[in-house]
Structure formats: structure tokens, C-alpha cells
Design a protein. Structure first.
Length: 317
């Protein structure tokens, strides 16, 4: 798997929106939240009835998702943890600051994101405990790690069977795998393909694996004590929040896209530099795709053809 321009464009062009709506500029994390530990006040309870939630809740829920998965991984003192698909390093840094692991390795295919991750780690004061590596996890060349940790990166794999095999090879005996991501459920059928395409478009994902297939790949690789937990109830507020925000902002985004396209055509026709205008067109086109995804990820969840799952598995001693 080479660096995919569409995936890179997704993260590059939408970073400002993740910062604004998910608090990514504060914690560096880009994924669904776990809302089970958040206690809403009376104002937040009223707001939640409209399908919206406060940004404070979103930010705390996103961090709690990492905390809950780290607890499931049972990270021990002296462990080496591989954070696969680390992006800006938000999860890597949190693990370095909040667990007893000896070392956290952040792995990603995007060199620009890795550079930002290194800057963030230095700013957080954990640069001695973390290492960031440019590598494709479908062709994982690392070994001697105790925990494979991945939040919403598995969906970008081009070969889940190979991924499972490589993780198993790299884990130390007694090592643990913890993955949380979106998967197709067994209710998915051909009639759901259109919903699936619209759900994927803003994420830069072509396909999501079936939950049962991924579990089978883990078994075939040699993993034992495989546990699968559905998470839709825990992440439902984030899913609904993304849906409502997308519905409300779609008209504005479409208008800005048309304006950007018109200005780009105008500057091109009079011989001016159109690089900035072309970037604006790409930005709002990608944002339109993201709002489409925001709507359809919720629809797919309601139809139960898509769910978020936690996977836990162990390599025998």
C-alpha cells in the first residue's frame, strides 16, 4: 500500500474541520468518541434531544475512546506499544503520558503527519519515550512489540488477511492486539452499496471489511482469546452529532464550493495565478464529501449495516 493521494487529501484539507468540531487541535485525535463516562448537565441533556452535543463532550469522549482501549490492552510496565496509523500522534502521546509502557512507536504512511507528530511529542515533553516511523502497516517490517494498538486505521488496509498475519509475526509471545474500527455487519447486502459509497467518500476509504471476515483472519493468523465488542451505543452521540452538523452545514458548503469554482474560472480566464483558488475548490469539494459521509455514516448505523467494533486478541505465550 503506497501513500494514497485521496487519503492524504482527506487529512490535509479537512484538518481545520477536525480541529473545529472534534477538538483535534487540542488532543491530536481524529476518531469517534466513547460517551459512556460523560455526565451531561441539564443544558447538555436538552441540547442532546436535538441530536447535537457540546464540543466539550465530543472532545472528552474522543479522549475516553483511547483510554478505554488502552485499558482493554492491559498495557504493562516495560511494554512496547505500536500505535498503528498514528497521524499527528495524539493517541501515541496520550499513551506515553498515561500508561506505564516503556516505549510507544507511532507508525504512519504520511510523512507530513509524522513530522507534526514529532513536533507535538516534543511540545508534550514525551519525545524520549516515543518514536515515529514512516511505514505501511500492510507490509509491516517491525517486530518485538507487546501491544498492537490501532484506532480507525485498519479501514485503510488493502489486505486485512496480510495485516493480521504481519501483526501476529511482529508481536512478542503473550502480546495483545487491540483494534477499534468500522466494519460491515452481516446485514450488509448489494442494495446497501450506494449507502456504503456515500459513507466512504469523505474518509478516502474504498471498502470496509466484514466483521466476521476480520475475526476469521485473526484466527487463521494464530490469535487466541479473540473478543469482539460492538460499540454503536457508546459512539452513537458522536455519530448523531456528525449527522446533524453535516445536514446543517451542507447548503453553506455547496454555496462556497460554487463560489470557489466560479472565482477559479474567472482568475484562469484573465491569466492570473489560480493556485490558491484551485486549492479552495479542492478544499470545499472535499468538505462536501465529508458532509456526505457525516450524513450516511449515521444512516448506515441506523440500518445496522455498519458498526464500530473493538477487537481484542492474544498471541500465545
Amino acid at each position: 500500500m503506497q501513500e494514497d493521494p485521496e487519503i492524504k487529501q482527506h487529512f490535509d484539507l479537512n484538518s481545520v474541520d477536525y480541529d473545529r468540531y472534534m477538538g483535534t487541535n487540542q488532543h491530536g485525535m481524529m476518531h469517534y468518541g466513547d460517551h459512556t463516562e460523560y455526565q451531561r448537565n441539564w443544558k447538555e441533556k436538552i441540547l442532546a434531544k436535538t441530536g447535537l452535543i457540546t464540543r466539550k463532550e465530543v472532545k472528552q469522549a474522543v479522549v475516553h475512546r483511547v483510554e478505554a482501549l488502552a485499558e482493554k490492552a492491559d498495557i504493562q510496565q516495560g511494554d512496547t506499544v505500536l500505535d498503528s496509523g498514528c497521524g499527528r500522534g495524539g493517541n501515541t502521546i496520550w499513551l506515553a503520558k498515561n500508561t506505564n509502557a516503556e516505549k510507544i512507536i507511532g507508525l504512519d504512511i504520511d510523512k507530513d503527519l509524522l513530522e507534526k507528530a514529532r513536533e507535538n511529542a516534543e511540545e508534550a515533553g514525551v519525545e524520549e519515550k516515543v518514536e515515529f516511523i514512516h511505514q505501511d502497516y500492510d507490509n509491516l517490517q517491525l517486530d518485538n512489540f507487546d501491544v498492537y494498538f490501532a484506532i480507525e486505521s485498519q479501514a485503510y488496509s488493502q489486505d486485512e488477511r496480510k495485516l493480521a498475519e504481519n501483526i501476529y509475526k511482529g508481536l512478542n509471545p503473550g502480546g495483545r492486539l487491540v483494534i477499534t474500527d468500522g466494519f460491515r455487519t452481516e446485514k450488509f447486502s448489494e442494495k446497501h452499496e450506494q449507502i456504503s459509497r456515500k459513507m466512504h467518500i469523505g474518509w478516502g476509504v474504498d471498502y470496509m471489511a466484514y466483521r466476521s471476515n476480520f475475526e476469521r483472519f485473526l484466527k487463521q493468523a494464530g490469535f487466541q482469546n479473540i473478543q469482539v465488542e460492538p460499540l454503536m451505543e457508546k459512539i452513537a452521540p458522536t455519530s448523531k452529532y456528525l449527522h446533524r452538523a453535516s445536514v446543517l452545514t451542507t447548503p453553506y458548503v455547496q454555496l462556497r464550493l460554487e463560489i470557489a469554482k466560479g472565482l477559479n474560472t474567472l482568475t484562469d480566464s484573465i491569466g492570473l495565478n489560480t493556485e490558491k483558488k484551485e486549492k479552495e475548490v479542492k478544499r470545499y469539494r472535499q468538505l462536501r464529501n465529508l458532509t456526505t459521509t457525516g450524513r450516511y455514516q449515521y444512516i448506515a448505523g441506523k440500518k445496522e449495516i455498519f458498526n464500530q467494533f473493538d477487537f481484542y486478541a492474544e498471541k500465545p505465550e
